[in-house]
Design a protein around this ligand. Structure first.
Ligand code: PHE
Length: 350
């Protein structure tokens, strides 16, 4: 009777895994046969009732059923598992031959571009780039540049003073402050040839003036420096940055820290000098202020003005960027609108 039971189960197990395809079905079968009340487990429990002489035979048969079950189960589990992994790999396959998404490329800010152009031209003429801080003393920004307290030249530049330090510290209104610093730092009081680009601040705000803009100042100090050096240098610079056809003219002007002083005009690059709305029909556009360094400034910064002369010049880099790249409103330069900035892609230079 017992033997019959085992033989029946053996037959049953042999057929058991035939149409099984999923792990879920496998789990159910395992519960039904090997679980707490599973068919094989139940059979094992019978061993207690079996007469001693039959126990051994019966035990061996039950083990045979169990081994068969486990073997079949493990084999099927492996193959279902493998199939599942393969299906997953297939469904999540990455096609590496598909074209990639276009990566958005950043562009250099127009002010960075113009600054690089200035620096390239001047470093090719032997100048070094000198940086000064944006917070400056009244002394460096005005007094040592021959603009004492109460001087009318302060009016145009009287600007953002630091709270609690009124009349002592301000955010600089001109990069000429770097002239003072470079001369004072030069302990040998020897020759200098520097350009100082940087931000300056004034109380202005309209389409062509911003309360913050970028200046660049140049300074050359040496023995036997004359107006001829100044003229030659600035003429060469204007032609390099605005094109060989550019004509340059010098008009007498006034700056407290230079004597004599000039303003530098260039032929309008839009109309070539014929007259248009950009140059207000004059054919000329003012681009630089310049002059021979005032002896007072040289002396205040520790130079012997009998031995050394120098020339200095300054300009707004924003102005050059506006002319060169055709930017009508200075405020767009500082607005950080990505649509504006994207127009300065260096496609032409690739
Ligand atoms: N710093 C002057 C300005 O801001 C420009 C300048 C510099 C003029 C050097 C002459 C010499 O107006």
């Amino acid at each position: 009777m017992y033997n019959e039971k085992v033989n029946d189960l053996l037959k049953e197990v042999k057929e058991l895994f035939k149409d099984v395809n999923t792990k879920k079905e496998l789990e159910d079968i395992k519960n039904n046969y090997m679980g707490k009340n599973g068919k094989i487990t139940e059979l094992q429990k019978l061993i207690k009732e079996i007469p001693n002489e039959e126990k051994r035979d019966f035990g061996m048969k039950v083990n045979e059923v169990k081994d068969l079950f486990n073997n079949e189960y493990n084999k099927l589990f492996e193959s279902i598992n493998l199939k599942e992994i393969n299906d997953l790999l297939e469904s999540e396959r990455i096609d590496i031959t598909l074209p990639s998404k276009k990566i958005k490329r950043g562009t250099l800010h127009p002010m960075t571009r113009i600054e690089e152009e200035f620096e390239d031209i001047f470093s090719s003429m032997g100048y070094t780039v000198y940086d000064g801080p944006e917070i400056e003393s009244d002394e460096n920004c005005f007094q040592k540049l021959n603009i004492p307290k109460g001087h009318p030249a302060r009016d145009a530049q009287d600007t953002f003073y630091l709270k609690d330090e009124y009349e002592k510290f301000l955010i600089r209104s001109q990069t000429s402050t770097a002239q003072v610093r470079a001369m004072e730092e030069n302990k040998e009081k020897g020759p200098l040839r520097i350009v100082c680009p940087g931000k300056v601040y004034r109380r202005d705000e309209d389409a062509t003036h911003s309360h913050q803009f970028m200046q660049i100042e140049g300074l050359v100090i040496d023995k036997d420096i004359s107006m001829a050096d100044l003229k030659g240098t600035l003429e060469l610079f204007c032609k390099k940055i605005l094109g060989e056809k550019t004509k340059v003219r010098f008009r007498p002007s006034y700056f407290p820290f230079t004597e004599p002083s000039v303003e530098v005009d260039v032929t309008c690059f839009k109309c070539g000098g014929k007259g248009c709305n950009l140059c207000k029909q004059t054919g000329w556009i003012e681009v630089l202020g310049a002059g021979m360094v005032h002896p007072n400034v040289l002396e205040m910064c520790g130079y012997d003005s009998k031995k050394y002369q120098g020339f200095a010049f300054g300009t707004g880099m924003d102005r050059f960027a506006m002319f060169k790249y055709g930017i009508p409103d200075i405020r767009t330069i500082y607005g950080n609108d990505i649509r504006f900035l994207n127009q300065f892609d260096r496609k032409d230079e690739d």
